[in-house]
Design a binder for this molecule. Structure first.
Ligand SMILES: [Zn+2]
Length: 438
């Protein structure tokens, strides 16, 4: 990570500190120094510390996004580590987990080392690499998972591609089990989704677009749960999007299986009706697709109950050329890092659907637990990663002002309430009032 020397002490004063990992939700001061959290308490003083007045603001552990596409190496015109981590900082994230489907993919230890080296030079937030499950993301032969784990891969995933071969998935789970790393699966039965561009349902029929049935996801989730039962290996379901998936996750939970899941802000807040309402705007095209209202409802309930333990953006920046085409030909994906927090606050917290502390948990301690990270909490002695949020701040989404090179968002022009105003990474202020400093 690109840091400019030792940060001076920083006192964040008088904010509402929400740290679910420690059961804290109270007004207090937070003192950072030497890159770690020094002290939490009342009326803290520190000689020479810079002071950030946080009265009326929320002070939370640095947000962790466990599913991001940084596009480097290979597609730097869509995004690179410098622009993607600045987008993360602007969005209040202090850690991003980078998916392996770059070009070439991250499928051996030298690629893991290369991502870490590039991040050390150019990133402004922590970057944790994911290694591919299979060589070349081809779904056939396992990649050198052990070497990659040793080099620093925090999980394994062929994300972007489902692991269609059940035997390959079984081996991956058994192998991953030996170093206690989760296999993150993009659950999609490929024969059911061929050439499909949106959710199969009422709106796909109205619009005459080829639809992906919800069961294409659910079949693979069910298979993965059965394989977790067989092997004891950890399965993490990427971007869960349907009511049926939620039902399956509940079964896995009842049995105590090592199965976890994430949902995206997109799937928690938007429905497939948006494809109709925006008249085929390709910024609504995402994989898995925007689902029906009943699916969104089920995801929200699962998130509130902890059946879905993490929120991850699946930040998928694209160039205009990949989106300014007919709906059928457009690339899948939404540039999500800079709108995630305000969208979730506006749609889920300010509406009373999810308490603030639950939202913070799913963006901090939840992903840290799934990945086994020493992060996601403001415990004294831990890394000084902090996000400060102004819950009342209203702004419209302006993709032209994104730090991300990907301007592809269906939220352009939408007024959202509750934005991050300070991002601190290892004691360094990297974003203030929406402006990235590094
Ligand atoms: Zn993804």
């Amino acid at each position: 990570m690109k840091l400019r020397g030792e940060p001076e002490p920083l006192l964040i004063r008088g904010g509402r500190v929400i740290d679910p990992a420690q059961g804290i939700d109270a007004e207090m001061d937070v003192l950072l120094g030497d890159g770690v959290v020094r002290q939490l308490g009342h009326d803290l003083e520190a000689d020479g510390a810079r002071v950030f007045e946080a009265r009326g603001l929320w002070v939370v552990p640095g947000l962790i996004d466990m599913h991001v596409h940084l596009r480097e190496p290979g597609e730097e015109w869509k995004e690179d580590i410098a622009s993607g981590t600045r987008a993360a900082a602007a969005g209040g994230f202090t850690t991003v987990v980078a998916m392996a489907n770059t070009r070439p993919p991250v499928d051996d230890a030298s690629m893991v080392n290369s991502i870490l080296a590039r991040a050390a030079e150019k990133a402004v937030v922590h970057v944790l690499p994911v290694g591919a499950v299979t060589r070349g993301l081809e779904g056939k032969e396992l990649a050198e998972m052990g070497d990659m784990a040793e080099a620093g891969a925090v999980a394994f995933s062929d994300d972007g591609h489902p692991i269609a071969d059940a035997e390959v998935m079984r081996c991956a789970l058994e192998y991953g089990h030996t170093f206690a790393k989760p296999i993150i699966d993009h659950c999609q039965e490929p024969s059911l989704t061929r050439d499909a561009v949106m959710h199969l349902g009422y709106w796909s029929t109205v619009l005459g677009l080829r639809g992906m049935p919800a069961v294409a996801e659910e079949i693979m989730v069910a298979r993965d749960i059965m394989l977790a039962r067989l092997t004891g290996g950890k399965v993490h379901i990427a971007h869960a999007s349907t009511r049926g998936t939620v039902d399956l996750l509940r079964v896995a939970r009842t049995e105590g299986l090592p199965v976890t899941a994430e949902a995206t802000p997109t799937h928690l807040c938007l429905t497939d009706r948006l494809v109709h309402d925006t008249a085929y705007d390709t910024s609504t095209k995402v994989n898995p697709p925007l689902r029906a209202a009943e699916d969104v409802e089920a995801l929200r309930r699962a998130l509130a109950e902890g059946v879905i333990e993490a929120i991850a953006t699946d930040h998928a920046p694209h160039h205009r050329d990949d989106k300014e085409v007919e709906y059928n030909y457009a690339a899948f994906g939404i540039s999500g890092l800079e709108t995630a927090l305000p969208l979730l606050l506006t749609e889920l917290v300010h509406t009373g659907i999810i308490p603030a502390a639950t939202l913070v948990e799913r963006l901090t301690a939840g992903p840290a637990r799934i990945l086994g990270l020493e992060a996601g909490s403001l415990r004294v002695g831990g890394c000084a990663d902090v996000t400060v949020i102004d819950p009342g701040l209203e702004k419209s989404v302006d993709p032209d002002r994104f730090y991300s090179k990907g301007k592809n968002t269906p939220l352009a022009g939408r007024k959202l309430r509750g934005w991050p105003v300070l991002t601190v990474v290892a004691g360094q202020v990297v974003m203030r009032e929406g402006g990235v400093l590094a």
